[in-house]
Design a protein around this ligand. Structure first.
Ligand SMILES: CC(C)(COP(=O)(O)OP(=O)(O)OC[C@H]1O[C@@H](n2cnc3c(N)ncnc32)[C@H](O)[C@@H]1OP(=O)(O)O)[C@@H](O)C(=O)NCCC(=O)NCCS
Length: 433
């Protein structure tokens, strides 16, 4: 797959998405040019106003898209999301979100664009708290039906609809259970936790947002007062206040934080898969330097930590963790070492080329810290390490796996979708400096 990204359509992308939808349906003879439905497909302006219009974008030429600005990119696919009760929802019931008008430009097909769009739609549905995703397809849409099945949709024949000439088949997708904030935090425990009115304030010298943010579990008597105390605590540590707005958070917290000038710093999806029936992958991966070997340890080596923290942790580090590599490594050992975990290291003839961590809590294995060296990317190593970590997790008795991925990280999202992970929850970090 090329370096496609999925975004909410903006500016001229809206009209492009409309033209593309009509073109895609005409190419497959799903509508006739004179049909009024062709006009409806073309009218993406209305869809952008009354629903959510997602587009898949690729760079105009070759390249991996990493440095392209969104407005230089070309629309190659689109899908519309319509929550229950909105004008584009045809069959959605209360709590459901309906996926409509999925289309990929004929010249961009067979490159995983539709899978990227539908999996982005599922993540968006989960982010909005939908209890189910629903869509209708025609028997003639064979390629789309295979995709829906692969992504975990089930046919619900009792909800099929249509008229004499058209039989629309309804499929639904239900999000898996999320591990929840407490299990997640048990696999990445802050160095210190202070309880403020039932909220868990994580303090770890600034190393990673996950270990330096508040888990706002439940509704304290006066949320504003609780926030004042949390902010004072972080100020004393010389750190910004970071709040994780997740399912366990009180209603309205996001709006309240926005009013207090908290900015959204990142949005992460919690992805989940059952390990029942997980087939370990056999075979090997090679880099340009030859075969790759994977070793498993129950503590991270300095080299392992440097590979991970060089790539990621320092990016988000504040306070003590931002000061020196030594401090950052010491803090990383404290945070990662706070949970039972294993550390996988991939090496080739040149040395370390990839790392991943698998931590354990209840019946879950939590994957984190996946990094593949730049020179070794796009050779299947990320997939191989993830599969090995799942396999090690299953062997140690885990029944389910989860991981967190930034909503914008298209590369990692595609990798995990292909490995059967499904979105279970989205949370947002809001930060006030
Ligand atoms: C994400 C990452 C680990 C992938 O490593 P990798 O070894 O290049 O991945 P693989 O070669 O195994 O790719 C597996 C699949 O992932 C997807 N993928 C990987 N890189 C991609 C990219 N740049 N753009 C789009 N999809 C990509 C593709 O679906 C790919 O399958 P394909 O090659 O058959 O199309 C690597 O890019 C990385 O280290 N990124 C920085 C750290 C990071 O984002 N970690 C994940 C945190 S949750």
């Amino acid at each position: 797959m090329s370096g496609a990204v999925v975004r909410v359509a903006a500016g001229p992308q809206v009209a492009d998405a409309g033209a593309l939808t009509a073109e895609a349906y005409l190419a497959d003879r799903l509508v006739d040019a004179g049909d009024s439905y062709a006009d409806e497909l073309r009218d993406a302006e209305r869809r952008a106003r009354e629903a959510t219009l997602l587009v898949a974008l690729v760079p105009p030429g070759e390249g991996d898209g990493a440095n392209d600005r969104d407005d230089d990119l070309v629309v190659v696919g689109t899908v519309t999301l319509a929550p229950y009760g909105t004008s584009y929802a045809e069959v959605a019931e209360p709590g459901e979100l309906e996926v409509r008008m999925l289309a990929v430009a004929p010249e961009a097909r067979r490159r995983g664009i539709a899978e990227l769009l539908v999996s982005a739609a599922l993540r968006e549905a989960v982010a909005r708290g939908a209890t189910r995703v629903v869509l209708s397809t025609l028997d003639s849409m064979q390629a789309a039906q295979r995709l829906y099945q692969r992504l975990g949709f089930l046919a619900v024949p009792e909800r099929d609809w249509g008229h004499v000439e058209v039989h629309l088949r309804v499929h639904t997708w239900t999000p898996p259970d999320a591990p929840g904030a407490l299990v997640e935090s048990a696999t990445w425990p802050p160095a210190r936790v202070v309880d403020v009115d039932g909220w868990r304030v994580g303090l770890s010298g600034g190393l990673t947002r996950r270990a330096n943010s508040v888990l706002p579990l439940g509704t304290p008597p006066d949320v504003t007062e609780t926030l004042d105390r949390v902010e004072k605590l972080y100020a004393q540590e010389g750190q910004p206040s970071i709040v994780r707005v997740c399912r366990a958070a009180p209603r309205g917290l996001d709006d309240l934080l926005a009013l207090r000038d908290y900015e959204v710093m990142s949005r992460a999806d919690v992805l989940v898969r059952e390990l029942d029936g997980f087939e370990p992958r056999h075979g090997a991966v090679r880099t340009a330097a030859g075969p790759v070997r994977v070793s498993v340890a129950d503590k991270p080596s300095d080299e392992w930590l440097a590979a991970w923290s060089g790539s990621k942790a320092r990016l988000h580090a504040t306070g003590a963790a931002a000061e020196t590599d030594d401090t950052s490594l010491r803090l990383a050992r404290t945070v990662l070492g706070g949970a039972p975990a294993i550390y996988l290291t991939a090496t080739d003839a040149t040395g370390l080329v990839g790392v991943i961590r698998a931590a354990f809590a209840e019946d879950w294995v939590a994957l984190s810290c996946l990094v593949v060296a730049h020179g070794a990317r796009r050779r299947g190593l990320g997939r191989f390490l993830t599969q090995r970590a799942l396999d090690e997790g299953a062997q140690r008795g885990a029944g389910r796996a989860f991981l967190q991925v930034e909503a914008e990280n298209t590369a990692a999202g595609a990798l995990y979708t292909a490995l059967g992970f499904q979105p279970a929850e989205r949370y947002v970090y809001r930060e006030r400096r």
